[in-house]
Design a protein around this ligand. Structure first.
Ligand SMILES: NC(=O)c1ccc[n+]([C@@H]2O[C@H](COP(=O)([O-])OP(=O)(O)OC[C@H]3O[C@@H](n4cnc5c(N)ncnc54)[C@H](OP(=O)(O)O)[C@@H]3O)[C@@H](O)[C@H]2O)c1
Length: 251
């Protein structure tokens, strides 16, 4: 994709990967719109970066999305890059007596329906552009799950498959469909401790690698996956699935 002079909308742009991507695109001379629910953070992004527009959007409220989409389409008719990045992650202990579907339902609602609703809301305007990109944030865990996060990993596996079909269906239009599949990164996705976890990749380092991959068009099959995650991506093909699963999920 071209890296400058785009109009980019990023869901989940109030923190973490979405916010860092917003700043990186803004640095490269793009108009950037970020969305999220936390008003204070939306104001903070816009204050620190005049030129980034913050818009309140709860993806679990379809009316909110319809209203925001109408506003964005009117105010930013050149919108040509859509990054469906918002997501949540929770552990679930299915063996617990009080286990129920509440966490799984929330994950399906945000990580799956949230992405589908975002694409549905903005596809009409994206289709009008001479060159466009739709990117959604999946996870390296789409390819091999960490069993403490059953619905989360499955939601990202869903996105992986759905994006393949979307890419195929849009193949005759000038729309790139990309899957951003991050490793474990220092954000507050699972809580404050993740942002300081030395086992997680520093956010700035991850985002700078992503921007280089985008600049160089280094995303085979539309997948933006770091070298370190290729073994998981191809574990089934390589006959290493059980071994890597066991290493990731000690008995
Ligand atoms: N960090 C990692 O290790 C990692 C690894 C693989 C994949 N990912 C994926 O990366 C994406 C971003 O996560 P992150 O790590 O940057 O964590 P994060 O800082 O918690 O960001 C999540 C973003 O999603 C937004 N969001 C959540 N629920 C929403 C809803 N109902 N409506 C609108 N926005 C909502 C949040 O904004 P508000 O709270 O303001 O609404 C926030 O901006 C997620 O899809 C995550 O699954 C992260």
């Amino acid at each position: 994709m071209k890296m400058t002079d785009n109009t980019v909308l990023i869901t989940g742009g109030t923190s973490g990967i979405g916010r860092a991507l917003a700043e990186a695109f803004h640095d490269r001379g793009n108009r950037v719109i970020v969305t999220g629910r936390r008003q204070d953070l939306l104001a903070d992004v816009a204050d620190r970066r005049p030129g980034i527009t913050g818009i309140c959007l709860d993806l679990n409220a379809p009316h909110s999305l319809a209203r925001v989409a109408e506003y964005v389409i009117n105010r930013f008719p050149n919108l040509n890059v859509l990054i469906a990045n918002a997501g949540i992650s929770r552990t679930e202990d299915i063996t617990a007596d009080d286990w129920n579907l509440a966490e799984a339902e929330a994950i399906v609602e945000t990580n799956i329906l949230g992405v589908l609703r975002t694409v549905a809301a903005f596809l009409p305007i994206i289709k009008q552009q001479p060159a466009a990109t739709i990117m959604a944030t999946g996870s390296a865990l789409a390819f091999l799950p960490r069993a403490e996060f059953p619905a989360y990993c499955a939601s990202k596996a869903f996105l992986h498959s759905w994006l393949i079909s979307l890419r195929h269906q849009l193949r005759n239009l000038p729309i790139d469909v990309l899957e951003l599949a991050p490793p474990y990164v220092q954000t507050e996705l699972t809580g404050a401790s993740q942002a300081a976890d030395p086992r997680a990749m520093p956010l700035a380092s991850y985002i700078s690698q992503v921007m280089v991959m985008l600049e160089q068009g280094r995303h085979p099959r539309g997948e933006l996956l770091l070298e370190q995650d290729q073994a998981r991506r191809w574990a089934e093909r390589d006959g290493t699935y059980d071994r890597i699963f066991a290493a990731m999920n000690p008995a």
